[in-house]
Design a protein around this ligand. Structure first.
Ligand SMILES: Cc1cc2nc3c(=O)[nH]c(=O)nc-3n(C[C@H](O)[C@H](O)[C@H](O)COP(=O)(O)OP(=O)(O)OC[C@H]3O[C@@H](n4cnc5c(N)ncnc54)[C@H](O)[C@@H]3O)c2cc1C
Length: 304
């Protein structure tokens, strides 16, 4: 996570450039399927042609009014109903609890999640909870545990870069579904590992621990070294692939997504859609400053 790039994306003038100019919208369209559910379903259908599974993320986070949280629930229920109607689409959904009212109260958020889980149950789909910045981790884990006692089709994302994560893994309910990621938020060094080497080593450690404890693991990374390490570990230990899958983001390393799927590995792509795409885009820019240079050079080229 590149702090200067992240800071730049918070500036009003930058947001305007990214959301109101053709190069900004072109960049967004690389990472976001579109603004409508139909766009996300079309992206999922297109991935399915290459044997790649899907996971829909209706974009939005940190809602500022309870009505917005209700609208987000309606959007997720609509998405799950559509997945049910599609019938043959292997498609999960992924939610952010701050989008479902966590900033107002845990009770409100849980009641919203109950509606989402009911729709997921009819669709035969799984709901994954994204992990947001470190301030949300305790409340997210508590809500996951509460809901997980009633719903099997629920999973959680954990960020290996947080110093606390090894401990959080020890306290997970048995047989959890866990998406393991490096972590996309800027955190202070007392909370998160900062060097790439430490983060990569933590990813490998968390992965092995999760497998040893019997959880299902979604290896959510585009890092070829970690992907190769996963394959080797699985082969050596004879772990069934039904307990694992690779996951990547829409528009990132499409070549690798296809190559893995063609070789028979389970691969799922996280498909963000919706009008509230700017915060998501800022994280994609900060993860890879080359994206920022690409955007800025396009802007300059158009301005000439
Ligand atoms: C399915 C999925 C769900 C996720 N959910 C969460 C979540 O809930 N909470 C959370 O904090 N984080 C989440 N993340 C993001 C994650 O934390 C990382 O920030 C992100 O995946 C980049 O790290 P990496 O593991 O790919 O490794 P990196 O070392 O960052 O990247 C490895 C390679 O991948 C490519 N790459 C990575 N990012 C980009 C990019 N933005 N643009 C272009 N190329 C890129 C580059 O080729 C790079 O060299 C999720 C990621 C995935 C794949």
């Amino acid at each position: 996570m590149n702090a200067p790039v992240l800071r730049l994306t918070q500036a009003r003038w930058f947001r305007w450039l990214a959301t109101q100019t053709p190069p900004g919208r072109a960049l967004a369209s690389r990472f976001v399927a579109g603004e409508r559910l139909d766009d996300a379903i079309e992206a999922a259908r297109s991935l399915a042609k290459n044997e790649i599974r899907a996971m829909l993320d209706h974009l939005g986070e940190n809602v500022t009014a309870p009505e917005q949280a209700s609208e987000a629930v309606n959007a997720y229920v609509g998405a799950l109903d559509r997945i049910r109607e599609e019938g043959d689409l292997d498609c999960m959904v992924s939610v952010k609890l701050s989008q479902l009212g966590l900033d107002f109260s845990s009770e409100l958020c849980i009641s919203h999640m109950e509606r989402v889980m009911a729709a997921a149950s009819s669709a035969g789909s799984v709901v994954m909870i994204d992990m947001e910045s470190s301030a949300y981790v305790d409340r997210t884990l508590a809500i996951f545990r509460d809901l997980r006692a009633r719903h099997d089709r629920l999973g959680l994302c954990l960020q290996c870069s947080l110093r606390r994560t090894q401990g959080d893994i020890r306290a997970l309910p048995a047989g959890s579904i866990i998406r393991l990621v490096k972590g996309a938020y800027l955190e202070p060094p007392e909370i998160a590992l900062t060097s790439r080497r430490e983060v990569d080593a933590a990813f490998a450690r968390c992965f092995v621990r999760l497998i040893d404890l019997g959880h299902t693991v979604h290896v959510a990374t585009h890092d070829p070294t970690l992907i190769e390490g996963t394959k080797r570990f699985v082969q050596r230990r004879g772990v069934p692939w039904s307990r694992l899958e690779f996951q990547m983001l829409f528009g990132v390393r499409r070549d690798l997504q296809r190559r893995l799927a063609r070789s028979g590995y389970p691969v799922r792509v996280y498909i963000p859609y919706g009008a509230e795409w700017y915060p998501y885009l800022t994280r994609r820019l900060a993860e890879r400053p080359a994206n920022m240079w690409f955007f800025l050079s396009n802007l300059v080229r158009r301005g000439r």
